[in-house]
Design a protein around this ligand. Sequence first.
Ligand SMILES: *[C@@H]1O[C@H](CO)[C@@H](O)[C@H](O)[C@H]1NC(C)=O
Ligand SMILES: *[C@@H]1O[C@H](CO)[C@@H](O)[C@H](O)[C@H]1NC(C)=O
Ligand SMILES: *[C@@H]1O[C@H](CO)[C@@H](O)[C@H](O)[C@H]1NC(C)=O
Ligand SMILES: *[C@@H]1O[C@H](CO)[C@@H](O)[C@H](O)[C@H]1NC(C)=O
Ligand SMILES: *[C@@H]1O[C@H](CO)[C@@H](O)[C@H](O)[C@H]1NC(C)=O
Length: 457
Amino acid sequence: MEELLKRPTKRRGFYVEMRLLHKNGRQQQQLEKNSCFKYYKWVLWFSLTLYFFSSYFISHNKPIPLSRTHFSNSKSNLPSRALIESVNTTSLQHPTRGALEDLKIYVYELPSKYNTDWLSNERCSNHLFASEVAIHRALLNDDVIRTFDPYEADFFFVPVYVSCNFSTVNGFPAIGHARTLISSAIQLISSQYPFWNRTHGSDHVFVASHDYGACFHAMEDRAIADGIPEFLKKSIILQTFGVKYQHPCQEVENVVIPPYLSPVSVRKTLEKAPVSGRRDIQVFFRGKMEVHPKNVSGRFYSKRVRTVIWRKYDGDRRFYLQRHRFAGYQSEIVRSVFCLCPLGWAPWSPRLVESVVLGCVPVIIADGIRLPFPDAVKWSDISLTVAEKDVAKLGPILDHVAATNLTIIQKNLWDPDVRRALLFNDHVQKGDATWQVIRALSQKLDRSYRRSEVSVQ
Ligand SMILES: *[C@@H]1O[C@H](CO)[C@@H](O)[C@H](O)[C@H]1NC(C)=O
Ligand SMILES: *[C@@H]1O[C@H](CO)[C@@H](O)[C@H](O)[C@H]1NC(C)=O
Ligand SMILES: *[C@@H]1O[C@H](CO)[C@@H](O)[C@H](O)[C@H]1NC(C)=O
Ligand SMILES: *[C@@H]1O[C@H](CO)[C@@H](O)[C@H](O)[C@H]1NC(C)=O
Ligand SMILES: *[C@@H]1O[C@H](CO)[C@@H](O)[C@H](O)[C@H]1NC(C)=O
């Protein structure tokens, strides 16, 4: 249930538009109240006063519980709520509520070796695979979706951080231990709680934010050879990896999630240069571009796409191409019109999120990639897709767009809702990345043991 629009108008009376999203088919019901102002004035005033009093006494720091019953369809209640929320939306409207079907998630409390021990390395909660940390944290901080009673839970979140064991040699995450760590966590929960065994884990949720997701390997051939571990095959995997074609690493119930990017770092960058500011770089890419990529078991890094970009466009005045790491690269993205997002070893890339949230049009070069949260982000409206085979024609393709529909794409891209959907916050905000995950789970309620029980009764 959610209210989308409330605004007092200049006319006498309040113009209240409410949308009630119902369980079955999201029926929309709109209420307009223009008349009866004199009568409502007092009712409003009274409910307002009552509301502030009661909420004050209920709790100071907890969000006000807004359950379905709270509305109780009493008409005098509706306008008063709407009015209050137009006064201060952020403090009163609970963000996780709304169209989420009263969904409940139980978060297992595992020994710290499975998760929080890794946070002793600060990088663990900030690097591009850190959605495994961010989703866990957001769920722990939520007191509407999260339940402490596993018997009323629709889903069970198993918080295991597998991407934080950074190799001392090259600094990349060593995920060789991922399978053992997760398997050990499942061993633990299945012996101590009854919930895993009753569904074989099909209402249990894991994050696999590494290159080839639930296959837990950075190289595709090895990932495919290893496959998804048997013990995860019935569960729901939140993974960054996704393609539109059949692939062994997504043959499991899954939700494609965005790679992690710190909202704080984004905010800092945008304070210095707003999304709609001046963009003096036409085409930007910073990252690994090998002139002679190595043949690793029959595959070349980035399928040689980045090699072509470097060979063809280094020195072209429209292109700003850099091969070395630079900590301040966000300030370059916010100065750029087009940001190239070519595949690496895996099709997805952190640049997708970085470009979108910093207002640079992502140019996706990764055939068949499946992008996160298509219900919330209309990717075809905010990005460009260039086929891998056409990478040598990037120059004319981008020139053409710049001369035709660039401003339309930028206008779509700069919509704050798009930015919000791709960022994970410490506290779930309506429409943010964790909220989108929860929404995706709410479409999988057929896997919930509790719901199936209810429907049998
Ligand atoms: C709304 O409430 C929040 C938290 O109580 C506060 O930080 C914010 O300034 C308020 N906004 C307005 C517009 O009053
Ligand atoms: C971290 O990774 C290394 C290399 O893969 C591995 O030897 C080690 O066991 C891992 N550490 C833990 C605690 O799993
Ligand atoms: C779940 O099943 C496993 C394997 O059959 C068994 O060892 C374990 O004791 C069961 N867990 C519970 C809580 O009954
Ligand atoms: C790449 O290496 C594989 C063996 O690992 C070989 O079969 C293949 O011919 C090589 N490809 C090229 C283009 O060199
Ligand atoms: C912009 O134009 C390109 C072709 O030049 C097209 O592929 C793309 O879909 C268009 N995008 C929008 C949002 O109109």
